[in-house]
Design a protein around this ligand. Structure first.
Ligand SMILES: *[C@@H]1O[C@H](CO)[C@@H](O)[C@H](O)[C@H]1NC(C)=O
Length: 240
């Protein structure tokens, strides 16, 4: 009996451990319009090759003991891109112009990083997922005017189903009535997908009087209950 329980406990410990395993990823890929080399861990980018800046970028915030990749990693990424493009041409010839698979983004979400307080710096996030091939372009407008300052986008990260996700950010300071829009362009879309974020008065999250009234009524009812209960308890004792 005891043995069984011990085994059960141990197998629980084992499955907890199995959940805690990390998964790292290294991808190198290319298409006609895009190329990427990225190292990731548990869904986060550790490093990627920036072919415009011609170096390896470490997008994580600085750590005391940062992890870096060996010298020459960027050059290897460039080499892999050349091989990838070459192989792509070869496959295309060999397979007689195989059709390009296209999946438009399955979801675009817009939200803020922090709870909105008027006049306090915050970040708007436009998260795009479920598209193939990589990548998407994301542009921002504020009250109909294009904004580029304070915006950034990470590189495509693969989903489990082979599609990609990508996140664009825009630094902003919420002012009542401002309307922000993120527009997503992708190969499989004939026109951009857009999502709107409006800074309205509900943003300033004020719970109102509801919870206090609810609490007050609840507490009063409880106290009345205790009083009535005590009354009958004493009455009952007096009678007997
Ligand atoms: C993204 O923008 C670049 C540069 O303007 C353009 O060449 C490319 O076609 C755009 N991609 C999509 C999917 O619209």
């Amino acid at each position: 009996m005891k043995m069984k329980e011990l085994l059960l406990f141990l197998s629980c410990v084992l499955c907890v451990n199995a959940d805690a395993l990390h998964s790292d990823i290294a991808i190198s890929g290319c298409s006609d319009s895009y190329g990427e080399m990225m190292f990731g861990l548990d869904g986060e980018e550790l490093a990627y090759a920036d072919f415009n800046k011609q170096k390896l970028i470490y997008p994580q915030p600085p750590f005391i003991d940062p992890m870096t990749y060996v010298e020459g990693t960027y050059d290897r990424a460039v080499g892999k891109q050349q091989i990838c493009k070459y192989n792509l041409q070869g496959s295309r010839k060999g397979m007689k112009d195989f059709p390009l698979e296209r999946d438009a983004p399955s979801a675009v979400m817009i939200y803020t990083r922090d709870e909105v307080e008027f006049g306090e710096k915050n970040t708007l996030i436009c998260h795009v997922t479920g598209f193939y091939p990589a990548s998407v372009n994301v542009s921002w407008t504020k009250n109909g005017q294009k904004v580029t300052e304070g915006s950034s986008i990470n590189i495509p990260y693969p989903n489990k189903d082979g599609t990609f996700k990508q996140t664009s950010r825009l630094d902003f300071t919420p002012q009542l009535g401002d309307i922000y829009r993120c527009a997503v362009e992708h190969l499989a879309l004939t026109q951009p997908l857009t999502k709107i974020y409006e800074v309205d008065s509900s943003a300033h999250s004020d719970p109102g009087v509801g919870p206090s009234v609810f609490c007050g009524v609840g507490l009063t009812l409880g106290l009345v209950g205790v009083a009535v209960g005590t009354f009958f308890l004493i009455k009952g004792n007096e009678c007997s």
